[in-house]
Design a protein around this ligand. Structure first.
Ligand code: NDP
Ligand code: MN
Length: 377
């Protein structure tokens, strides 16, 4: 039996839909965001005005950067405890939203900490706090998933913590706020979404529901991501924003695969962007997985959805898309030197085998992982 969690999520879409926050029944709103993008674009001021007009007292907590670590969560939590909100509004990329997910859970369960979050089962639901997620990038799908990815610096590893309690009460998909994304963020986050869709589709846990979502998201992203990148139209931004959410709904029920295992290890070690690392890894990982005829057949189905034929044509299309989006073709091009890669290489390989790699459709040994990493470099 497999429990699908598709329902129970409230998702509001449409241009200007952040105004829906005005309907929130709350008195004190804690707004969590990233470095500076949402302040600069004026979105934070707008959200505060909407919430204040609805009678809410607001407090803005910014500065959650790329690959948020345990300390970033604990710092935010301390500030949140001082303010005592009844709603947390997370707005920004996956980094601040994921940090906010854990802050929200720890806020409701003061006895929780990162030591037990890694070892024990997490609570399955929040208690009091309402949680709203407003993604400003189009990639992670975190606004609808059970996952929060946090960097454990001492382990040089990003770990995906999972519980249904991380699913926001409300996700607002307002593509207007994605218009300010720099080109590289459009490209990298879009490729993160594509990686979700593809790793979901070839996953052994794939079921009819997630497969339809993943296949649709793959086709939609192939069609619209290049337009969003090159032409920057609101229509294309909106399409990609919706397809990345579909990919999130899809993979939340299957798990991912080796591209994510590799990207969580490299991200934890080198602090490079998550989408960038997935984009680089994906063609290599698919080539490895396509040795299995079942996986090759699944890739051929995805190929058909984008008007190509055969598994290898799908992998070639991924490479082409990467080129169109100016994604570096190797880790070296992304700035990782040979010396840096080789420093504690055995430890890196071991970390790459953890997490999502355990859900990879084809088993992988340490020796094979080492080869894949060398190829990627
Ligand atoms: P980030 O949240 O790290 O943001 C990347 C950059 O984009 C930042 O510099 C940010 O600036 C900037 N930015 C964000 N939105 C805008 C905008 N609208 N206009 C201009 N600049 C913008 O990137 P991602 O969204 O890719 O999130 C990645 C994280 O999500 C990773 O940690 C990854 O592991 C995790 N993840 C989580 C999943 C889940 O299910 N929970 C699934 C997949 C990935 P600033 O900091 O100034 O806001
Ligand atoms: Mn991802």
């Amino acid at each position: 039996m497999k429990k699908l969690i598709l329902g129970g999520r409230a998702i509001i879409t449409g241009r200007g839909s952040i105004a829906e926050l005005g309907n929130i029944q709350a008195g004190r709103a804690f707004i969590v965001t990233g470095g500076s993008a949402m302040q600069t674009s004026g979105i934070i001021a707008k959200l505060e005005a909407i919430l204040q007009a609805a009678g809410c007292v607001t407090c803005v907590y910014g500065g959650i950067g790329k690959n948020p670590d345990t300390q970033a969560v604990l710092d935010g939590l301390a500030s949140m405890r001082n303010f005592r909100p009844d709603v947390l509004v997370a707005v920004g990329g996956g980094s601040p939203i994921d940090a906010a997910k854990v802050m929200a859970l720890f806020y409701d369960y003061p006895e929780l900490d990162f030591a037990c979050a890694q070892t024990a089962e997490l609570p399955q639901a929040r208690k009091q706090l309402q949680f709203v997620a407003i993604p400003s990038t189009s990639g992670t799908g975190t606004e609808v998933t059970r996952a929060a990815v946090i960097t454990f610096r001492e382990l040089e590893l990003k770990i995906g913590l999972k519980t249904p309690a991380f699913i926001p009460d409300l996700a607002i998909l307002d593509a207007d706020i994605t218009m300010t994304m720099p080109d590289n963020v459009v490209a990298e986050t879009g490729m993160d979404a594509l990686t979700h869709a593809v790793e979901c589709y070839i996953n052994r846990n794939a079921d009819d529901v997630s497969a339809v979502l993943a296949n649709g998201a793959t086709a939609g992203l192939f069609a619209w991501l290049p337009v969003s990148y090159q032409e920057r139209t609101i229509e294309s931004r909106e399409k990609v924003h919706h397809y990345q959410c579909m990919a999130g709904l899809a993979f939340d029920n299957t798990g991912l695969g080796m591209a994510h295992g590799i990207s969580h290890a490299l991200g934890g070690k080198f602090n490079l962007g998550h989408g960038l690392l997935n984009a680089i890894a994906l063609p290599y990982v698919l080539a490895y997985n396509a040795q299995d005829p079942v996986v090759d057949g699944r890739l051929a189905e995805l190929a058909q959805s984008i008007g190509r034929q055969g598994g290898s044509a799908f992998i070639a299309a991924v490479k082409e898309l990467n080129r169109q989006l100016a994604i570096p073709a190797s880790l070296a091009e992304a700035g990782i030197t040979c010396a840096a890669l080789e420093e504690d290489f055995a430890g890196l390989v071991e970390n790459c085998l953890k997490g999502s790699t355990r859900a990879n459709p084809v088993p992988v040994t340490a020796g094979q992982m080492a080869e894949i990493l060398k190829h990627m470099h």
